[in-house]
Write a protein that binds this ligand. Structure first.
Ligand code: AMP
Ligand code: MG
Length: 402
């Protein structure tokens, strides 16, 4: 039996990230993986500028409340004013460059008009007040984004703020999925006795699309060896990864193992996790090139949780992402867990308004409602009993579902 950490380590070390790069318009690059670190050639902001609508002054000219100064110029955003004459104020607006000679901005709420072109200042400023300094956000030459970052909206905005019109991104990972189980039907089809709907198809396709993959959904494959082998060959052509659900146990109706062995190579991993346990990892070889293979268990909760905890980091690393571990948080257990499993458990759990975490009452591996009702997973170490009030490690779904 492999521990979770050993299994993850093996998965990641067997992973060959995509390398093909293309230039993407920055406006369309969110969600993509950055291929190379990016640097700024500029200062942001480019000039000292006003953080307020108000008046730019020399602080030495405003030593007392009620000082009245002539207004010598007007500087809207986008224009550069003249050198500020000592003993005068410049009308200035947010974002406008602070004129040379001025060292403070008085917000307009602290000023009064005092007749034509005169302003009375009801505040004694400190030098530097309400001025955003040139380069305080970004200095020239600074690295703004690291290679292997999955670009978030704030990242593409940051790239735009230093004038980058395009970004080098890695190509999307191509993933083929198919599903085994003669009992499976699609929603919209009648459900004869003994049949169930293919819910894993909906989970897997959406999970992979959320990770930025191009998904080729090959649908349901009959529970026999030849059909499974043919599906593997079709899935391997032109894809980086094949993911299947079901058929990885060693029952007579489980054909994934012999089919992958016939078309490539396979390791069956018994992993000390619950739900989950069997995970098939290997490769399918078509026309001299390999597509990685991962066979997930068929039970919907097992498939979902195994995907989130093991497949997600693998897919991210395959996509060229550097940081693949989700953030987790220590929260107070508002439950007792008296009979822990010897395996590491990922328990479906809900946070409450009192700052604690509660378990969904049914933790069965077929109970998909547990995943729907929960906010995330409690990561419970092997054999670890929990008493109310203990701190437990909680991974929110928001960390795992993107
Ligand atoms: P298997 O791994 O094929 O032995 O399947 C284990 C359990 O998961 C069985 O109860 C299957 O009916 C169920 N199952 C397998 N595939 C799916 C699927 N795609 N959607 C929902 N349930 C599934
Ligand atoms: Mg099956």
């Amino acid at each position: 039996m492999l521990s979770f950490d050993e299994a993850l380590q093996k998965l990641l070390s067997g992973c060959q990230p995509v390398t093909e790069t293309k230039a993407m318009p920055t406006i369309a690059a969110a969600g993509r993986v950055l291929a190379e670190a990016q640097y700024s050639t500029l200062s942001v902001p480019p000039l000292d500028n006003s953080a307020m609508d108000g008046y730019a002054v020399r602080s030495a000219d405003v030593m007392a409340v009620g000082t009245t100064l002539p207004v010598s110029q007007r500087i809207p955003a986008g224009t550069v004013g003249a050198h500020l004459q000592p003993g005068t104020a410049a009308r200035i607006f947010t974002g406008a460059p602070v004129p040379a000679g001025a060292d403070a901005v008085i917000m307009q709420e602290r000023c009064e008009h005092a007749g034509d072109s005169l302003v009375t200042i009801n505040h004694v400023p400190k030098s530097g007040e309400h001025i955003r300094r040139a380069g305080e956000d970004v200095a020239p030459g600074a690295q703004i984004l690291a290679a292997g970052a999955r670009l978030r909206p704030q990242d593409t905005a940051f790239a735009a703020s230093v004038g980058l019109a395009t970004l080098p991104v890695l190509r999307r990972v191509r993933v083929a999925v198919f599903f085994t189980g003669d009992e499976l039907r699609m929603p919209g089809e009648p459900l004869p006795p003994g049949a169930i709907y293919n819910s894993n198809r909906f989970a897997l396709v959406a999970l992979l699309e959320n990770l930025g993959c191009e998904v080729r959904d090959l649908g349901l494959v009959p529970d026999n060896l030849d059909a499974t082998r043919a599906a593997l060959r079709a899935a391997a052509a032109d894809n980086d990864l094949i993911i299947t659900s079901g058929g990885v146990s060693v029952g007579e109706e489980d054909h994934i193992k012999p089919a992958v062995e016939a078309e490539g190579r396979l390791d069956m991993w018994k992993i000390g996790i619950k739900p989950g346990k069997p995970l098939a990892f290997g490769a399918v070889r078509v026309e001299g090139r390999d597509a990685a293979f991962i066979g997930l268990p068929g039970n919907p909760v097992s498939a979902f949780v195994t995907f989130l905890t093991l497949v997600r980091p693998f897919v991210l690393r395959l996509s060229g992402v550097d940081k693949v571990r989700p953030k987790s948080y220590l929260l107070r257990a508002d439950y007792d867990w008296v009979r822990p499993d010897a395996r590491r458990e990922f328990l479906r759990a809900l946070t409450n308004d009192a700052g604690g975490v509660e378990l969904f009452p049914s933790q069965g591996s077929g109970v998909l409602s547990s995943c729907v009702q929960a906010d995330g997973l409690v990561d419970n170490p092997p054999g670890q009993a929990v008493a109310r009030g203990d701190l437990v490690r909680f991974i929110p779904f928001s960390e795992l579902l993107n």
